[in-house]
Write a protein that binds this ligand. Structure first.
Ligand code: AMO
Length: 432
């Protein structure tokens, strides 16, 4: 539509055509108001029943809520209107009439269950506070890309249909690939590592990962967005620095560029970008601090993974983003470089509510790598495409993976990770 004006740009004195959705119609007898909504906001359209053409009034007052219409008319100042201006229509065109019965109420006056909302995302995203989540998500991804560029990374895209898994066999989704067994990729791990040995050296990827997680929890998805970083000639501490920079850049961009969205989410007063360095605790300190909270029935011992309640107790104790470093080698994957027989370079980055990131320095020595596969019960032969590149000059390297939806979820205090995904995939949900 060439001559369309967004509601926010309609100035008194202009003659405009606005187009959007019928938010509501208020018929006060001799006068009636239609509120039209578009992506920029809302505008009031005034109908003076006695003075205007009958057909025009009829069209404006009988159109169903959420129909798509366009209105042409003069814009005038009206201090009582929601945006201080209103349109006196010359014509109203109903472009796409909505059913009178809607599966959910986009005005938000009537609450809907999350499952109803997810089944009707188009209508759900007509609500300012839901749309705001996805505007913020887009801004986070933009800022993250920019920060990666500042860190000297090249963006890559790696295959999502693969022959082997990397993050543990039980979480794989098998598929059939021209009669051959294949899987949906759990992580770009091996591909991003292969690229640090290429001429690219320092790379990032933002893409889907697929995990056949059995449990349906508020913080697990079966298809998630992983923000991955990998750098040649970096150790785990430099990888942690990059992780901190990326997370801070995301928060700072939202604080600077998404104030309207934060207002829509009722977060404008409390939203704060993290300041200062994220504390770095060793795994040993972490389990001691968790045990000291007395929240767990059984105290943790060296080698235990941190249970959710433990993570939560520690998060409350620390009260800001933090790293857990020096994990026991035995509970980190084969590709993580060990410091010694017991301790690895693996780290996690945590929000007080949950884990956001795993990473570490990588094993780049061919023989050690092949041994690691065997110890994890994986067949090194199946990973030949990967291991063989370690024979042709693989630099020391480090990296991490950050859960995109968990970043948004914790940033905005969402109660369920599905709120941060347009069309989530979970145990019950394969459509839409
Ligand atoms: P990991 O498996 O810990 O590490 O995943 C990294 C981060 O991805 C997010 N994440 C998920 N988010 C939602 N639902 C899921 N099912 C899910 N699974 C993972 C989490 C998690 O911290 N290859 C390594 C990373 C690396 O070492 O570079 C890996 O995939 O926020």
């Amino acid at each position: 539509m060439d001559e369309r004006t967004y509601t926010a740009d309609a100035e008194p004195g202009d003659t405009v055509t606005v187009a959007g959705w019928v938010h509501e119609v208020r018929d006060l007898g001799g006068i009636a108001f239609l509120i039209l909504r578009d992506t920029e906001g809302k505008i009031q359209v005034k109908f003076e029943v006695e003075e205007m053409d009958d057909e025009l009034v009829e069209t404006g007052l009988n159109v169903h809520r959420e129909s798509v219409i366009s209105v042409t008319g003069d814009v005038e100042e009206e201090p009582r209107a929601p945006t201080g201006v209103e349109i006196t229509p010359e014509s109203v065109d109903v472009i796409s009439e909505a059913d009178p019965e809607l599966p959910l109420d986009p005005s938000g006056k009537v609450d809907a269950e999350l499952s109803t909302r997810l089944d009707n995302r188009t209508l759900d995203l007509r609500k300012d506070e839901v749309k705001a989540i996805f505007e913020i998500r887009a801004e986070v991804l933009r800022a993250v890309r920019e920060q990666f560029r500042d860190l000297g990374c090249t963006e890559i895209n790696t295959p999502k249909i693969v022959a082997t898994g990397t993050e543990g066999g039980t979480e794989l989704f098998p598929i059939t690939y021209f009669g051959q067994e294949a899987f949906m990729n759990q992580s770009p791990q091996l591909f991003k590592q292969l690229m640090v040995g290429s001429g690219l050296e320092r790379v990032f990827e933002i893409g889907p990962i697929f995990r056949a997680e059995e449990h349906n929890t508020p913080r697990h998805l079966n298809e998630a967005t992983s923000i991955d970083f990998e750098s040649a000639f970096a150790d785990h501490t430099e990888a942690m620095d990059a992780c901190e920079a990326v997370v801070k850049a995301a928060y700072e961009a939202v604080e600077s560029n998404c104030q309207d969205e934060l207002v829509a989410l009722d977060l404008a007063d409390e939203f704060e970008a993290p300041e200062g360095e994220f504390p770095r605790l060793t795994y040993e300190e972490a389990i001691e601090r968790i045990n000291a909270t007395g929240e767990l029935d059984e105290p943790l011992v060296w080698g235990d993974d941190l249970p959710t309640e433990g993570e939560h107790a520690l998060g409350q104790d620390v009260g800001e983003h933090y790293f857990i470093t020096d994990w026991p080698s035995e509970i980190k994957p084969f590709y993580i470089m060990d410091k010694d027989d017991e301790v690895s370079t693996g780290f996690d980055m945590m929000h007080p509510e949950m884990e956001l990131v795993s990473g570490g320095a990588r094993e780049h020595r061919y023989d050690h790598l092949v041994d690691g596969f065997e110890q994890q019960g994986l067949d090194p032969e199946a990973f030949d495409y990967y291991t063989k590149m370690f024979k042709y000059g693989m630099p020391p390297h480090a990296g991490w993976g950050l859960g995109g939806e968990r970043l948004i979820m914790t940033m905005l205090g969402l109660g369920n990770i599905r709120e941060a995904v347009l069309f989530p995939r979970d145990r019950q949900r394969l459509s839409p």
